[in-house]
Design a protein around this ligand. Structure first.
Ligand code: PMT
Length: 419
């Protein structure tokens, strides 16, 4: 089943071709997408392109003889979790702002109860016109979300504001809004857990966050391995929280026992070596690295090719070799502006060991958890942690891992603004 249902509205501007890429990225993120186009949009991209990619009828005119649904604007608008307009022209913005419903897309806007997100693209003068700005302000006041156009060279060869935001950013913001809406709905349900995290703004929308999650497995033979109790709950909670705050999130996951969040990219790296290789591949664009994985410090030096037999052995000695310290290596080779955050799973002198890890590995932040405390550490839904930075130490009480994730990200945001 799809994660979210998105109605993608395409209006008639040169950037309409970028809506095709938005559609593909939404599908990759697990969304089921239905497309509606204005008549002018079809001058730029043929509806067949969207039809082929969605395997659904693309509605331009609900009165058209080939429209399979006689009340399409109601059925379309009531069966989506988000109405996303890419690109939005000055004309469609004006219609939405003034309640004009003279075509399928504008009727859909009036008929939907789903949140609406608009990514405008137009000539700078049109964007800056008081009439357009009045309409944008009206829609913001009505609760519509905007992915603001950016400055750059426009199709008309002028340079100024009016260019469609990067498609990756549009999709990241759409996914963050969907996640925040789902979270908001969960919290307003009577069964919501007290103390759940409050919705945040998109304060991480410019960050590419790479997170290691879960435990690694180091083979002894084809049947047996060395591992630990990490479930992935803590790392996935950080990934989910970061995506909800607008970050582009990639997870490199070892062995995990829980489902990964829906709106993040997950790459598997089961052994320490595989995890390290996957991390190195992703580092170029990373702006924040968070090591939440429990990586085995040692692996069998020579894993057996065949199952080791127990006959004739009362004891067995395994020779172990050190694994790469992924966090230390990332920190050592980091590029300018990259923040590096580690975890420390400790049983005694928790903050002392965490601080010494921070110094040794050159980290910006360490999340120290005392895994001996009830409700903290491995495989629990809660944690008890102290967030240690070079200038502060924040001791936190027992809270859900999702809530702790937001506290960690608050600290990342604080560090970003203090550097
Ligand atoms: O997954 P859960 O069940 O929710 O459990 C969460 C957790 C307890 C695993 C998590 O909160 C946690 O503390 N993760 C780090 C566990 C750990 O391996 O700590 P460490 O003190 O051994 O390592 C310190 C840091 O170096 C960690 O950020 C670790 O990811 C990193 N490391 C360690 C060794 C290594 N070879 N490579 C690394 O990157």
């Amino acid at each position: 089943m799809a994660n979210f249902r998105v109605g993608l509205g395409v209006s008639g501007g040169i950037a309409a071709y970028k809506a095709v890429e938005v559609l593909r990225l939404l599908q990759k993120a697990g969304c089921e997408v239905s497309v509606a186009m204005t008549r002018h949009a079809t001058e730029f991209v043929h509806p067949l392109t969207f039809k082929a990619l969605t395997e659904r009828h693309v509605i331009v005119d609900d009165y058209a003889a080939d429209n399979p649904d006689p009340i399409a604007h109601i059925n379309f608008s009531q069966n989506i979790d988000l109405l996303l307009i890419v690109p939005a022209t000055a004309n469609i913005i004006a219609k939405f702002a003034n309640g004009v419903a003279d075509d399928f897309l504008s009727s859909t806007y009036l008929a939907t109860t789903a949140p609406v997100m608009i990514a405008p693209a137009m000539n700078t003068t049109m964007w800056e016109q008081p009439a357009t700005q009045r309409n944008v302000a009206q829609l913001k006041n009505d609760g519509v979300h905007f992915v603001e156009p950016v400055a750059g060279e426009l199709a008309c060869k002028t340079v100024g504001t009016g260019k469609l935001e990067d498609v990756e950013n549009i999709v990241a913001q759409a996914m963050a809004l969907l996640a925040a809406e789902t979270q908001g709905r969960r919290e307003s349900e009577p069964s919501a857990v007290a103390g759940g995290s409050a919705p945040h703004s998109l304060d991480l929308k410019n960050e590419h966050i790479l997170i290691t999650v879960g435990g690694t497995r180091e083979a002894i033979d084809p049947v047996r391995f060395i591992s630990n109790h990490s479930s992935g709950k803590m790392g996935f909670a950080v990934a989910e929280a970061a995506a909800a705050r607008g970050a582009n999130v990639t997870v490199v996951a070892g062995a995990t026992t829980v489902e990964s969040p829906r709106n993040v990219r997950v790459i598997r790296g089961i052994t320490a070596d595989e995890m390290f290789a996957a991390v190195k591949n992703e580092l170029a664009n990373t702006t924040v690295f968070i090591g939440a994985a429990a990586v085995a410090d040692y692996a069998p030096a020579n894993a057996a090719d065949a199952k080791i037999k127990k006959e004739g052995r009362d004891t067995m000695t395994l020779e172990l070799k050190k694994t790469p310290d992924i966090l230390a290596e990332v920190s050592r080779s980091r590029h300018d502006g990259m923040l590096v955050v580690g975890f420390a799973a400790e049983t005694n002198d928790v903050v002392g060991y965490a601080r010494s890890k921070m110094e040794k590995k050159g980290l910006d932040l360490v999340i120290a958890n005392d895994i001996t405390k009830a409700g903290a550490g491995f495989n629990t839904d809660t944690n008890i942690a102290t967030i240690v930075s070079h200038t502060s130490e924040t001791e936190l009480p027992l809270m859900s891992k999702r809530e702790l994730a937001d506290k960690i990200l608050d600290e990342v945001v604080r560090l970003r603004h203090s550097t």
